[in-house]
Design a protein around this ligand. Structure first.
Ligand code: ATP
Ligand code: MG
Length: 429
């Protein structure tokens, strides 16, 4: 690797460290490489002129890699961030401050005269072979120092499908409540990473078993506490649906959130998403999915019922909604799966018929109403368009300009008389 070569050539010790080495030793594709070196930041910048110094992380970004000076970290008064950091010349000191043995393996050399080798003082390789997640050093102290490590241990154990070594696990259970020290934003980003694992249920089960869940996602803990039949409570149902949703749509974050939170209501889901700093747009989408996914489909639905249901979510969310419904049905098993397949087919048929489901699909718009019926801009326009859409969803053949303008005139008269006007305007049950 060119960055290492350059540092070595300049008489520096430089090593690959962290998750990249871990994943490479496991034969997994490495997501990112971190480089650790005895060169101080200003020195790294001198060696890599185009680099940028990220003061907040004490890391230099050069040639797309994060290069960090060996360091010691001192006292963690807030259970999260070291009070001070000092640079070190020693890779061993740098490895000792790392969280897990499997993350504390380095590959590299001290300088041009040496051969590159693995440096593995905590026997991370042994734990890689044994499929164990183990804290470096005294687990209780390490989690006490930095509560983020609790979430990292869970996430990495779930990602690799490793067990957590018993002493490390006991320390995690003892320190579970410390996650309250981790910023909600940071918790959110860890939980988001857990959601995109191959089998995310593993992570959430570890969160529950360790007691971390209570602090991180009390909404899910409530499902556990509410209990259920034969150990299959709302929490377990969520996790089954979540695994299926992720398998059906890998990388689809809002579907994963909706599957995870779908067994509680959208009010609770919204609170959780806000707390974990999920973006407003995703939040709205997830809440719509949480509200609409449980709506029960039956063979008795008319085509108009199908169209009305489709109209409950923006068109770009419809596929997610169907996929989520299928994941939930798969998790509960039985006849639900066939019913969902039927609904999906009917939705596709409506879609390919080009039926209008939103105002944008109507053959006229607000401007037409103003121009043709002389209605002034104002709330009446919206009311009329909404009613027209309801009619068109009921009977798509009405979606023609002349027809709609005529009906709009009638609705306008109705409104002028202040009448209730439309006793037949019932929503879908
Ligand atoms: P991944 O990138 O797959 O999520 P990673 O282990 O590479 O996992 P990073 O956040 O990239 O995670 O961190 C790089 C390395 O920094 C880790 O492997 C670990 O050695 C160290 N590290 C990260 N966070 C902590 C922490 N809170 N405490 C101690 N060491 C940490
Ligand atoms: Mg990494």
């Amino acid at each position: 690797m060119a960055v290492l070569e350059t540092l070595w050539r300049n008489d520096h010790a430089a090593y690959l460290v962290g998750g990249g080495v871990r994943d490479a030793l496991l034969g997994l594709p490495a997501s990112d490489w971190d480089v650790a070196t005895d060169a101080r930041p200003e020195r790294i910048l001198a060696v890599f002129p185009g680099g940028t110094y990220e003061n907040r992380f004490g890391t230099v970004l050069a040639r797309g890699l994060e290069i960090t000076t060996f360091r010691r970290e001192h006292r963690y008064a807030d259970h999260r961030r070291p009070d001070s950091v000092t640079f070190s010349d020693d890779i061993y000191e740098d490895l000792a401050r790392r969280d897990l043995t499997i993350n504390a393996i380095a590959w590299g050399r001290r300088g041009p005269a040496m051969a590159a080798r693995l440096v593995d003082p905590a026997d991370g390789q042994g734990d890689l072979q044994a499929h164990l997640v183990r804290a470096v050093g005294d687990p209780s102290r390490r989690f006490d120092e930095d509560a983020l490590r609790l979430l990292r241990a869970v996430r990495i154990a779930a990602k690799l499908d490793f067990a957590i070594e018993p002493v490390t696990w006991a320390a995690m259970v003892a320190h579970a409540a410390d996650v309250e020290w981790v910023s909600e934003e940071r918790v959110g980003s860890e939980v988001r990473d857990m959601l995109t694992l191959d089998r995310p249920s593993r992570a959430f089960r570890l969160l529950r078993e360790s007691g971390i869940l209570t602090t991180v996602l009390p909404e899910l803990q409530a499902l556990v506490d509410a209990g259920g039949t034969e150990g299959h409570d709302g929490f377990e149902r969520s996790l089954d649906g979540l695994d299926m949703a992720v398998a059906a749509a890998p990388g689809n974050e809002r579907m994963a959130w909706a599957a995870l939170l779908g067994e509680s209501d959208s009010g609770k889901a919204r609170a959780a998403l806000e707390r974990l700093r999920v973006s407003g747009r995703d939040r709205d989408a997830v809440c719509l999915l949480v509200d609409q996914a449980p709506v029960e489909y039956g063979r008795a639905w008319s085509d108009a019922d199908v169209r009305r249901y489709m109209g409950q979510v923006p068109p770009d969310l419809l596929d997610d909604l169907l996929a989520l419904r299928q994941a939930r049905a798969g998790a509960s098993g039985g006849a639900a799966v066939e019913l969902e397949a039927e609904l999906a087919e009917r939705v596709l048929a409506q879609r390919s018929a080009g039926s209008a489901l939103t105002l944008a699909g109507l053959a006229i718009d607000g401007r037409d109403l103003q121009a043709t019926l002389g209605i002034a801009e104002g709330p009446a326009i919206g009311v009329i368009l909404d009613r027209l859409l309801t009619d068109v969803i009921e009977d798509p053949s009405l979606n023609r300009r002349v027809t709609l303008l005529t009906r709009a005139g009638l609705i306008l008269d109705d409104l002028a008389q202040g009448g209730p006007s439309r006793p037949d305007e019932t929503g879908m049950e």
